[in-house]
Write a protein that binds this ligand. Sequence first.
Ligand SMILES: Nc1ncnc2c1ncn2[C@@H]1O[C@H](COP(=O)(O)OP(=O)(O)OP(=O)(O)O)[C@@H](O)[C@H]1O
Ligand SMILES: O=C(O)c1ccc[n+]([C@@H]2O[C@H](COP(=O)([O-])O)[C@@H](O)[C@H]2O)c1
Length: 223
Amino acid sequence: MTFPIGILGGTFDPLHFGHLRLAQELAEGLALSEVRFIPAGLPPHRAQPFASPQQRLEMARLGIAGNPLFSLDEREVFKPTPCFTVETLLELRRELGAMQSLCLFMGADAFLGLAAWHRWRELFDLAHIVVAQRPGVDGITRAAATLPAELLNELNRRLTHEPEALRDELSGAILVHPVTALDISATQIRSELTAGHSPRYLLPDAVLDYIQTNGLYKDINGT
Ligand SMILES: Nc1ncnc2c1ncn2[C@@H]1O[C@H](COP(=O)(O)OP(=O)(O)OP(=O)(O)O)[C@@H](O)[C@H]1O
Ligand SMILES: O=C(O)c1ccc[n+]([C@@H]2O[C@H](COP(=O)([O-])O)[C@@H](O)[C@H]2O)c1
């Protein structure tokens, strides 16, 4: 039996403990063999990052260092065109084969906007979607009334409460998994730095050292 692989895509501008704890708890809670962190180069549907691709990659590398479950995947970060998740998953499928279960992780905020993603319906043919609860974001079930009808239909059809379903099938389920609520965002960290405050204890020391050594996020307004 092969264990599912988790995928956490993000802007990681910078990587913080919200990302790391989410990945750790989902990896253990769902018995995954690995979590791949995939920093986006040009993330679609948001303002462009403040730190460069190389800097965000480096911060992600420092942040995950020492965790044998975590790995870094550089396939998106230097792309000159927007990084659509469907294309990344198609590539991963080609490399890993049709028999590997894949779990795409996302925070609840990301799931609520899923219907705006490029070719989003195809994501279910390629991976399961695992939604982690995020502080300040309504639970998926509570927010159901605000979901576009077509996403609500998919949720009703695909929702499972059984982690085993992620092993028995290779893609197509939606699982909502609780994670320790850490109300940390990269936006908050950038704001603290811009205001001259320390974001220490919101992110790994090695990432903060890198930010300070390279003078990142000093002259922006944090948004
Ligand atoms: N504290 C958190 N708890 C749960 N999920 C999180 C948390 N922070 C980020 N995520 C999830 O991690 C993924 C990547 O997030 P991203 O890199 O955009 O970080 P962010 O903190 O949301 O950044 P920003 O504040 O710049 O928007 C998204 O799916 C997001 O929902
Ligand atoms: O494929 C899409 O259309 C799409 C739209 C929005 C976000 N994403 C991906 O979702 C991940 C988290 O995005 P973000 O903006 O919260 O950092 C990141 O890997 C993005 O590439 C993907």
